[in-house]
Design a protein around this ligand. Structure first.
Ligand SMILES: [Zn+2]
Ligand SMILES: [Zn+2]
Length: 261
């Protein structure tokens, strides 16, 4: 066996292992969904809407989340005014790199994998969000449908509890100004993530989608909503990690060539 056939042989073995692993992770389609997700494995929008709490007010949800974020940012500004120096600015790009990577990892390995202890996350994301918003119908029909997109208040509290420990450790490791900028950037990143994700599910032809970059990011995310093969385009705020980790699907014009299936 010469060197090039050895490489081809190896690449084929890696592809086989990857596809067996995807199958094990349950990233296939509604027909094969089981376990904790069985009760939500439907694409019937009326049935999925039953999960939306009665009396749900999307404006209150969005307004509450925005108010909390702005209040936290203001509190930081007041507490750390005068302690932020130009040398602390590195914390902003560093936080964005870490935050976008964590977003990718959490999306790929938590939201799309049926871990026994984290079934509720799979149910909410893959079970409900993906089954409601399909690649061929990615837009909401009524304002209350944003409940099936956004983090709930409980999700936000859980997220804050998860990141509180690492941020407490970071507080002792970096200057106060850098820490404050890292926290402020994280809050801004989370709000930006929610806003972008919501924008991707806006009705077609919405004026916001005239922005070319937003339309391109939306196309990237909508491809991720292909129900039968969701293991591509995990990045919501950036396409960088999909490109680096080989999970970027080819754009629509190049489909059929190298797109992950
Ligand atoms: Zn997803
Ligand atoms: Zn989505």
């Amino acid at each position: 066996m010469n060197l090039s056939s050895l490489f081809r042989h190896r690449a084929a073995a890696v592809r086989r292992r990857r596809s067996a692993r995807r199958a094990r992770l349950g990233e296939r389609g509604p027909a094969s969904i089981g376990g904790t997700a069985r009760r939500v494995a439907t694409t019937d929008r009326d049935e999925l809407r039953r999960w939306i709490p009665s009396g749900y007010r999307p404006v209150r949800h969005l307004g509450g989340m925005l108010a909390l974020g702005v209040a936290a940012e203001l509190l930081l500004a007041v507490q750390f005014a005068g302690r932020i120096q130009p040398a602390d600015l590195w914390a902003v790009p560093a936080t964005l790199v870490v935050a976008t990577l964590l977003e990718y990892v959490a999306h790929r390995y938590v939201m799309h994998v049926q871990w026994r202890a984290l079934g509720a996350i799979w149910d909410a994301h893959t079970g409900r969000h993906h089954h409601y918003y399909l690649e061929e119908a990615p837009t909401w029909e009524r304002p209350a449908d944003v409940w099936l997109i956004l983090f709930s208040l409980r999700d936000v509290v859980t997220l804050v509890a998860i990141v509180a420990g690492p941020f407490a450790i970071l507080r002792a490791a970096v200057p106060a100004g850098s820490w404050a900028l890292a926290v402020a950037t994280s809050i801004g990143f989370f709000l930006g993530y929610e806003a972008l994700h919501m924008a991707y599910h806006l009705p077609d032809g919405h004026p916001a989608l005239r922005r070319r970059w937003l339309a391109a990011m939306r196309a990237h995310h909508v491809r991720h909503h292909r129900l039968a093969s969701m293991h591509a385009n995990y990045g919501v705020t950036t396409r960088l990690w999909d490109r680096l980790f080989g999970t970027a699907a080819a754009p629509a014009s190049a489909r059929g060539r190298a797109a992950p299936r």
